[in-house]
Design a protein around this ligand. Structure first.
Ligand code: ADP
Ligand code: MG
Length: 578
C-alpha cells in the first residue's frame, strides 16, 4: 500500500500532461482513517468515469454488529450507506468542472426499494463503498490541482459524513434495517398462512405520478383499509402485531368501477416482491417472491415455446407445441409469457385487464355460438386459470372490471370501491348462480404440458464481429445492448432499477459461457447462476472481475429468464420427459 502523499505528488507531477498520464495513479493508498483503491482509471475525460473504492476499518466505522447479523439486515445497512454516500456527495462535492465528466463523483442511486447491491459492502472487518469519479481535465490535459482538491478535500468529507456510524442518524438507520427485516419475515410467513400477498391497513398504494415511484401525498390519499372477511393479523419482529388484507392462494379477482383503484392495488402487489424503504407507503405490502406479472406484448419474439395449453390449430397449421415467431400477436405473446413464467417456476400470476389481450381473457357464450371452437385457436384464460391452481398450485390475481364470467372460476372476489376494498365473494357466487352465463368450458381435462427448453450457448453472441470486444450495456431501465442486438424489456414490469438491467446483461453472458450447453434447461442454468450469486455475491458476474463493479443490483430468476426469452437470436432445444 502506498502513502497517501504519493498520490498528491503524482498528481502534481502529471499536472498539465496528456490525460493518459492519469493511469499512473492506479493503485491503493493509505489515507488517514481509510484505504483508497483507484481500481480503474478512465482513458479519456469523456469516457465512463474512473472506478474507485474507499474502505474504512470496522473499528473506525463503528457499526454495531447486530445491524448486519443476517443477510437482510446487512443488505439494508449497505443500502442505507449508499444513500448516505449519495447525499454526502451532493453536500460536499463541488461537481462538474472541466471537460467531459471532469469533477463528478457518483455512486449508484437506489429508488424506493431496498435491493442487494454491489455499491456498498459491509463485513466484520470493514465497510466499503464503490463509486466513480470523473478525473478532471481541461480539454484532454490533466487538471492535477483540481484532482488534488477532489481527493484531499471533498472525498474525506464525504467519507466522514457517510461511512462512520457516529455521523449517521442512528435511529433512521435502525428503522431502515428493521423495516426491511419485517418485510422479509412477513414474506416468508405468507405461504404457511395460506396467503400469497398481504396489504397492511394504513398502507399508501398510489404513487405520485406515472413517472414517479414516490408515494402520493395530501388529502386525496385514501389509506388502505382491509375488508373484515379478509382481515388477518400478523406478528412482526419489530412492528409487532399488524392487521391487513390477506390475499389467499387460489384464483382472486379484483373488480370494481373504472378509476376505483384496481390497477393501483395490483401494481402494489407486483412490487411486493421487493422490500421498500421507510416512508414509501408500501412497507408492509408484501407478495410471495415467485409472483410474476404477465401481460400481452405483441411484437415480441418467441422461441419454441409450448403454448398448446392456450393456443391450437393456428391458421397455416403452425405447431403450437414448439411455437416460434418473430412477431407474436397480443394473445400468443401473453400465452408465451405465461408458459415461460411457469417454466421458471412462477407460483403466482398477476394480470391486469388494462394490459391483457381481450380474446386471451374471455370468450363469451355468444361468441362461442358464432365462432365454433374448431375455428378459434385460443383457449381463453378463464378456462385455464382453475386448472393452473388445482393441478400446479399456481395462484392468479386478476384485475377484471369487464367480465362477470370470471365469477364462476374465482375463489375470492375483491371489489375496489372508492379505493377501499370489499370482499364480495359471496355476492359474486350468488350472482353467478342466478345469472348463468351459459358458456361451454373449453379448457379440456387438464392444463397441459409446460415443456422445458435448453438454450444453445452459441446463440447468445455479445460481440458485434468475430474479433470485436464483448459489448454488453444497459441503456436505461428497459434496454440491454447485447452484441449487435437490443433486448427490449419494456414489458418486464417487475424490473425497477437500471442496475438490475445491467446485472441481467452481464448475467446472460455469464450463463451463456458456463451453463447454456443445449442440455441444461433454462431454469436449471439460471438457478445455477442464482446459486453462484448467493455464494459469491453479484461480483461473480463481472467481466471486469477484480475491479469491483459498484453498479449491480439483485434480480430474480424471472427477470433473468425474461431477458433470455426476448433475445432475438435465441435458439433452444425442447426437453421432453422420458
Ligand atoms: P382502475 O384500475 O380501477 O381504473 P387505477 O388504479 O388506475 O384505477 O386508479 C385511478 C386513479 O386513482 C389513479 O390516478 C390512482 O393514482 C388513483 N388512486 C388509486 N388508489 C388511490 C388511493 N388509495 N387514494 C388516492 N388515489 C388513488
Ligand atoms: Mg385499471
Amino acid at each position: 500500500m502506498r502513502d497517501a502523499d504519493l498520490l498528491r505528488r503524482t498528481l502534481g507531477r502529471i499536472d498539465g500532461r496528456g490525460y493518459k498520464a492519469y493511469k499512473d495513479i492506479q493503485g491503493v493508498y493509505d489515507f488517514p482513517g481509510y484505504t483508497l483503491f483507484v481500481d480503474h482509471v478512465q482513458g479519456d475525460p469523456f469516457a465512463a468515469p474512473s472506478r474507485l473504492r474507499v474502505r474504512v476499518p470496522a473499528a473506525r466505522a463503528g457499526f454495531p454488529a447486530e445491524l448486519f447479523s443476517v443477510d437482510v439486515r446487512r443488505v439494508a445497512v449497505e443500502d442505507y450507506l449508499t444513500r448516505a454516500f449519495a447525499a454526502a456527495i451532493s453536500r460536499f462535492a463541488r461537481g462538474h468542472r472541466g471537460s467531459g465528466k471532469s469533477g463528478i463523483i457518483a455512486v449508484d442511486r437506489p429508488g424506493q426499494e431496498i435491493l442487494e447491491r454491489t455499491s456498498a459492502v459491509v463485513t466484520e472487518s470493514w465497510v466499503e463503498i464503490r463509486f466513480v469519479m470523473g478525473l478532471p481535465a481541461a480539454g484532454r490535459r490533466v487538471l492535477g490541482q483540481e484532482a488534488v482538491r477532489m481527493f484531499y478535500d471533498e472525498l474525506p468529507r464525504i467519507v466522514e459524513a457517510a461511512l462512520l456510524y457516529r455521523s449517521l442518524d442512528a435511529a433512521a438507520l435502525r428503522r431502515h434495517v428493521d423495516v426491511a427485516e419485517d418485510q422479509e419475515h412477513l414474506r416468508g410467513q405468507l405461504r404457511e398462512m395460506g396467503l400469497v400477498a398481504f396489504v397492511a391497513d394504513g398502507a399508501v398504494l398510489p404513487r405520485e405520478s406515472g413517472v414517479s415511484d414516490r408515494p402520493l401525498r395530501g388529502p386525496k390519499v385514501v389509506p388502505f383499509r382491509s375488508p373484515a372477511e379478509l382481515r388477518v393479523t400478523v406478528r412482526l419482529p419489530h412492528a409487532g402485531e399488524v392487521t391487513g388484507m390477506g390475499v389467499p392462494a387460489g384464483v382472486t379477482l379484483i373488480v370494481g368501477g373504472g378509476y376505483h383503484g384496481k390497477s393501483t392495488l395490483l401494481r402494489a402487489l407486483e412490487r411486493g416482491i421487493y422490500n421498500h424503504i421507510p416512508g414509501d407507503g408500501r412497507e408492509l405490502v408484501v407478495t410471495v417472491q415467485d409472483a410474476v406479472k404477465i401481460r400481452a406484448e405483441d411484437g415480441r419474439r418467441v422461441e419454441q415455446v409450448d403454448i398448446s395449453p392456450f393456443i391450437n390449430n393456428l391458421p397455416g397449421g403452425q405447431d403450437t407445441r414448439a411455437f416460434s415467431t418473430e412477431q407474436a400477436s397480443g394473445s400468443t405473446s401473453q400465452a408465451a409469457n405465461i408458459i415461460e413464467a411457469l417454466e421458471l417456476g412462477a407460483g403466482v400470476l398477476l394480470l391486469d385487464e388494462d394490459t391483457s389481450a381481450t380474446n386471451f381473457m374471455i370468450r363469451d357464450r355468444r361468441m362461442q355460438e358464432l365462432v365454433a371452437k374448431s375455428r378459434e385457436p385460443i383457449t381463453p384464460f378463464i378456462d385455464k386459470v382453475g386448472q393452473l391452481y388445482r393441478e400446479r398450485g399456481v395462484s392468479t390475481i386478476l384485475v377484471v372490471g369487464g367480465s362477470g364470467d370470471y365469477f364462476d372460476v374465482a375463489d375470492t372476489v375483491i371489489m375496489m370501491d372508492n379505493y377501499v376494498p370489499q370482499d364480495v365473494t359471496a355476492r359474486a357466487r350468488e350472482i353467478a348462480k342466478r345469472f348463468g352465463q351459459g358458456r361451454q368450458a373449453e379448457g379440456g381435462g387438464s392444463f397441459g404440458p409446460v415443456t422445458p427448453r435448453s438454450p444453445l450457448g452459441e446463440s447468445l453472441n455479445p460481440r458485434r464481429g468475430r474479433r470485436e470486444k464483448v459489448k454488453i450495456a444497459a441503456r436505461g431501465l428497459h434496454t440491454i445492448t447485447f452484441g449487435s442486438e437490443n433486448i427490449d424489456l419494456s414489458a418486464v414490469e417487475q424490473l425497477v432499477d437500471e442496475s438490475q438491467t445491467r446485472t441481467i446483461g452481464d448475467a446472460l453472458y455469464y450463463a451463456a459461457t458456463r451453463y447454456f450447453d443445449s442440455r441444461t434447461t433454462l431454469r436449471e442454468a439460471l438457478e445455477k447462476v442464482m446459486g453462484d450469486i448467493r455464494r459469491g455475491g453479484l461480483d461473480v458476474l463481472s467481466p471486469f472481475r477484480g475491479q469491483n463493479p459498484g453498479d449491480y443490483a439483485m434480480v430474480r430468476i424471472f427477470e433473468l429468464g425474461a431477458a433470455v426469452n426476448r433475445l432475438r437470436s435465441l435458439k433452444v432445444r425442447q426437453r421432453h420427459e422420458g
